[in-house]
Design a protein around this ligand. Structure first.
Ligand code: ADP
Ligand code: ASP
Ligand code: MG
Length: 468
């Protein structure tokens, strides 16, 4: 069994859906479970509809939510015919009716709870999977459309639900695996889950990747394929660095680190279930299935890549610099400082310390005024907003000769405001003003990936060693 996950751009219209169906047909013998995102920008439109409804603007809400349905209906008309079209259209209409009732209710009350918002935005994946399942059936494949809410069990933190993996394993073994072993193709929604009480939840934006590895873990898949709009994980976000190169293999830790630091190609939580179940994750281009792709191989651990694997950046973040107003060497200072962070629920990403001051990065919406008030008398807090973290990731990076020298030389006149190195083996991070982030990425990329040797030797960057 394998899991094939297709992202929003991979199923954005009739042409793309046809390509998805082709790929599923050609993988048929591998017993695929298909995890699908919402088509194109549907989820954004549904969030916007929910916001309009909360304002009380029912007309705007219905208009915004009508667009994705019109899109799905148009694709259905182009792809399907006869009874397949009729059944699909009536299923879509039923979901649309439900969506309209929800939006009208929100508009009437002018109240949007996280639970209702999840019920609204989950419609994107419900539309797209209805359509793909119909298309596969029309092609003569035995296909089962399985509602993710029945097996992707989560807690009730609506909007950012935590999957309950033991329950998912049990439910998927009961509800999904037998269909696959019986020769049916399963089509289910990414991003969407359900609580024990049957309420709809979502895993957070971009969460379909995570759905795929959660399902893969639960059914013991041989591979989880993430089909998207790039030829695998690249050495940098191609929107920032057009010269980015495909990466052939990566360790799970490298992939997880990149995702955590902003590489949107994978949701940050995607890797963990796959690593624990020792399932390889591949990242592939839907429109170039014969092209390069990346394998994130759980057998790669603790090796040394001997180079930077990839760059990523994440911003905006805020840099806080806390300078002690008390004596030097006062013990318990850091404990008091970070005690205040803990009480205010502020999470810290990067940190650098000097004798009397500490700098760290926090999310842009962190309550820094409350923090400054809580620390009054202990530390003065300076705040620098609109900064971006630029990271180089690679196994064994810390042991790379001349790494810091090369990185600093590459940055040239761009002076990082904070540097973090050695917190783990595989991450070197710089904080720069957001306006400089792209230039920093490009200059680092030129240094680590565009030298003559690399260009000639390996257009595709391979990992040096695979352990047992
Ligand atoms: P999907 O809708 O298929 O989930 P996403 O838009 O979420 O696709 O992720 C793919 C995008 O991630 C790419 O188009 C690219 O712009 C971006 N991206 C960021 N960093 C990287 C990277 N290191 N390698 C590849 N793509 C990246
Ligand atoms: N459709 C959801 C989103 O746009 C989930 C996903 O695509 O991964 O965030
Ligand atoms: Mg995505």
């Amino acid at each position: 069994m394998i899991v094939m996950k297709f992202g929003g751009s991979s199923c954005a219209n009739a042409t793309r859906l046809r390509q998805v169906a082709d790929l599923v047909v050609s993988a048929r013998n591998l017993r695929p479970a298909v995890v699908l995102s919402a088509m194109g920008k549907t989820t954004n439109a549904l969030f916007a509809a929910a916001v309009a409804a909360e304002r009380g603007d029912a007309d705007a809400a219905l208009r915004l939510a009508g667009e994705p349905l019109a899109n799905a209906a148009e694709a259905a008309a182009e792809l399907l015919s006869g009874p397949h079209l009729a059944t699909c259209k009536s299923a879509l209409q039923q979901m649309q009716d439900e969506l309209q009732v929800l939006l009208r209710g929100v508009a009437l009350l002018r109240e949007l709870t996280p639970r209702t918002r999840d019920a609204i935005v989950a419609h994107g994946e419900r539309f797209s999977t209805t359509l793909l399942a119909a298309l596969l059936r029309q092609r003569g494949l035995p296909t089962r459309h399985v509602d993710a809410r029945t097996f992707l069990r989560t807690d009730d933190r609506f909007g950012a639900a935590t999957p309950l993996r033991a329950e998912i394993a049990q439910l998927a073994r009961e509800l999904v695996a037998p269909l696959l072993t019986g020769g049916e193709i399963v089509v289910t929604q990414g991003y969407v889950g359900g609580t024990r009480e049957g309420h709809t939840t979502t895993l957070g934006r971009g969460g379909s990747d995570w759905s795929a590895t959660l399902l893969g873990e639960a059914i013991g898949a041989e591979e989880v394929q993430i089909w998207t709009d790039v030829e695998g994980v690249l050495t940098a976000d191609p929107r920032f660095v057009p010269a980015a190169l495909p990466i052939a293999t990566m360790s799970p830790a490298e992939a997880a680190e990149l995702a955590a630091f902003g590489a949107k190609v994978l949701h940050p939580a995607t890797i963990q279930p796959a690593v624990e179940a020792r399932i390889p994750v591949t990242v592939r281009h839907t429109q170039r299935p014969e092209g390069n792709f990346t394998t994130i191989d759980p057998r790669i651990t603790g090796h040394s890549r001997g180079s930077v694997a990839a760059l990523a950046c994440r911003g905006p973040v805020t840099v806080l610099t806390m300078t002690s107003t008390r004596m030097l060497n006062a013990s318990g200072y850091l404990a008091r400082l970070f005690g205040a962070f803990g009480q205010l629920g502020i999470s810290v990403d990067l940190i650098a310390t000097a004798e009397v001051s500490v700098s760290c990065t926090v999310e842009p919406d962190a309550p820094v005024e409350a923090l400054a008030a809580a620390l009054a008398g202990h530390a003065r807090v300076e705040v620098a907003t609109d900064r971006t973290i630029v990271v180089a990731v690679g196994e064994g990076l810390r042991r790379l000769p001349r790494l810091l020298e090369r990185a600093c030389r590459a940055l040239g006149d761009l002076t990082p405001e904070l540097v973090s190195f050695g917190g783990n083996e595989r991450n070197l991070s710089f904080v720069v003003p957001s306006a400089d982030a792209q230039q920093a990425m490009q200059q680092l990329h030129a240094e680590f990936f565009e030298t003559a040797a690399l260009r000639d030797g390996s257009a595709v960057v391979a990992s040096s060693e695979i352990g047992s």
